[in-house]
Structure formats: C-alpha cells, structure tokens
Design a protein around this ligand. Structure first.
Ligand code: GLU
Length: 340
C-alpha cells in the first residue's frame, strides 16, 4: 500500500522570498495571441496572486527589486540583488530565494549571483517566454516549480539554479538558444542539474566549478565594476575595434571568437599589443557549445591572452569584471577561468 503523503502544517512550510526584476514573466499584451508585448508590467504581488498553489508548498513573501525587460538589467541591479540575497539568506527565517527575471540576460545574472552570493541556501531564477496574458503562458508553472526547488533542502549547495520548462539548470552551464520557444535554455558541456515536474524535484549532479559559499568574489560595498567589452569575431573583422575599446577605457576585452576562440591575424596583432599595455584579453567563442583551450591555434603564452575554457563571452565578461576588482596577474586570471 502506498504511504499517504503527510502535508506539513502551513506554519511549518519553508519560507521563500520572491525577488522580482521584470521580464516576460511580468509582461503583458493587449491580446492573448499577440507576439508583441511589454516586459516588466506585472508586479510581484500580482504574480504571487496568480499562482495560489504555491502557498501549499512554501510561505511566500515578495519584493520588487526592479521591473525591466532583462535587456535593461544593469550591474547596479545585479549588485543590489546579490547584496539583498546575502542579507535575506543570512537570516534564520528565510530558507530560499526565487528571482524572477527576463530570459534574455538571465544567464548573466545567474552567473553573477553564482559568483557573489555567500550562502548554501537555494537561489533559484525563473522567467517566462510567453507574457502573462498569452495563451499557454509558461510563467505560472515556472514560478511554481522555482518555488518548489527553492523550498527543497536538496537544492542547497548547488549554486544559483535556473528553473525553466521543467528543467533545473546550473548557472555556469546554461545558455539561451531560441528567441521564442519555451524550450530555450540548454546546459551544454556539463548538462542539467536536474528536473522538476509540478514541484517534484530530481537531481542528477552538483556543479563541478566553485560557486556561492566557495566563491572568493564579493560585491559588498561595491558600487561599480571595471569596464570589459565584448568584440564579436567574424570573417574579415576590422581589427581597430580593439583600439576603440581601449580608447573608451576598457580594462579587459572578451573576444567572442570564431570556432575555438579564433580571430583574424590583424586582430591578433592588435589584441597582443593591447595585452602588452595591460589590457586583459580573453578568448571565448561565438559557438554555443565547446571549450576554448589555451595555445590551440593561437599562441596564448606568447600573445599574453587568456582562454575562457567553458565560459561563453557574456559570462567570461562577468568573471573578468569581478576579477578586476582586485589587482591580479595574467596567470592568476587564467586560473580563475579553470576554477569558476
Ligand atoms: N526581452 C525580454 C526579457 O528578457 C524577453 C525575454 C523573456 O523574458 O523571456 O525580459
């Protein structure tokens, strides 16, 4: 005979705080079939009110941190978010946090939080591909599942997680791959952390890289980050983009290289000159999956470059910005790309 699940008393449920930043999950349109909509229109309390089933799995409270499409997320918002999460998770009466966010830059904020949150308690991001007013809006179930993961003690110690479309992704791996489909995120190279189906969680692994409570990075007291630009490599690319970034005060440049972090010969020469002047040049890739290795087609040792290893350009930029909050050498920064 199957054992009957005993439901905990409401005052014994885990306490989860939902921090809302906007995005399509908070987006609304004039009609349920319209592709065009405005992000960041619905408040956190309205989102919570739309999924009353969540109160059966957690005691929930919401805070509105921002209300923007994630293309407008700034580092000021990310820093506020990280510091607020650290304060909340430091309290005994908070068991986990959910961050609602647009999907466009979700992987960047997830990676940022993975590096700057100092707690083992679950931090779970979620969002939606369809506005709250659309037919088959995916936001409510994503939010329910995210709360279930944030309330689950088994999610602890796995770094910042992203719950979308029944999948639990790790911040290090996930990337957005489709402009409109609800199945947009994949976790190439390392794979999924787990799955969640109507609140029922299953985990496959823990992240391999350092994160959250083991991370050396902190944004406590930080108000801005050093400028790091991304330059997208392509056939016959103009090499003077490197000079343009330097002239505007970039302390680092990430090359979204072709293939294994490549760029044309003219750009290699300019980038090497920039590296000699103390600009940190990281070779990442515009290809969505695969590692960028040191000294493959480009002699990184001679040029003074850093290989991004597993991080895509947007995430490599964030790691480099945080790394540059402190004075560090080339070898130390390369090691950070292997550790994080
Ligand atoms: N531009 C929107 C955003 O990132 C659309 C993506 C979404 O939330 O799904 O906020």
């Amino acid at each position: 005979m199957q054992a009957k699940r005993i439901r905990p008393r409401p005052d014994q449920l885990p306490r989860v705080i939902i921090l809302a930043t906007g995005g399509t999950i908070a987006g609304s349109a004039e009609s349920a079939t319209q592709a065009g909509y405005a992000s960041g229109r619905v408040t956190v309390d309205a989102m919570i009110g739309a999924v009353p089933e969540m109160t059966e799995i957690a005691r929930i409270r919401g805070e509105q941190v921002a209300n923007v499409g994630s293309q407008d997320i700034t580092f000021a918002i990310m820093i506020d978010l990280a510091n607020r999460i650290n304060t909340l998770l430091g309290a005994d009466d908070v068991d986990g946090v959910v961050v609602t966010h647009g999907t466009d830059t979700m992987e960047e904020t997830a990676h940022f939080l993975n590096l700057t949150v100092k707690s083992k308690k679950p931090v779970v991001m979620t969002g939606a591909m369809r506005a709250s007013t659309a037919i088959s809006a995916d936001g409510p179930l994503n939010l329910y599942n995210a709360v279930a993961v944030a309330a689950d003690p088994d999610a602890a110690g796995r770094g910042t997680l992203v719950v979308m479309n029944d999948r639990i992704h790790g911040a290090h791996s996930l990337t957005k791959t489709n402009t409109t489909s609800v199945e947009t995120f994949i976790s190439p190279i390392n794979g999924l952390i787990g799955t969640v189906n109507y609140g029922k969680t299953e985990y496959f692994r823990r992240p391999f890289r350092k994160h959250t409570h083991k991370s050396q990075f902190s944004v406590e007291g930080v108000t801005s980050l050093p400028r790091v630009d991304i330059i997208y490599a392509c056939a016959d690319m103009p090499a003077d983009l490197i000079d343009g970034s330097m002239e505007r005060g970039a302390r680092g440049i990430v090359i979204a290289g072709d293939g294994n972090g490549n760029m044309n010969a003219a750009t290699i020469q300019r980038a090497a000159r920039a590296a000699q002047k103390g600009i940190f040049i990281v070779r990442s890739s515009r290809v969505p999956t695969g590692k960028v290795g040191r000294n493959v087609e480009i002699d990184d040792d001679r040029m003074g470059f850093i290989a991004s290893d597993e991080l895509n350009p947007a995430k490599a930029r964030i790691l480099l910005m945080l790394a540059l909050l402190k004075k560090r050498g080339l070898g130390e920064i390369q090691q950070l790309f292997y550790d994080y």
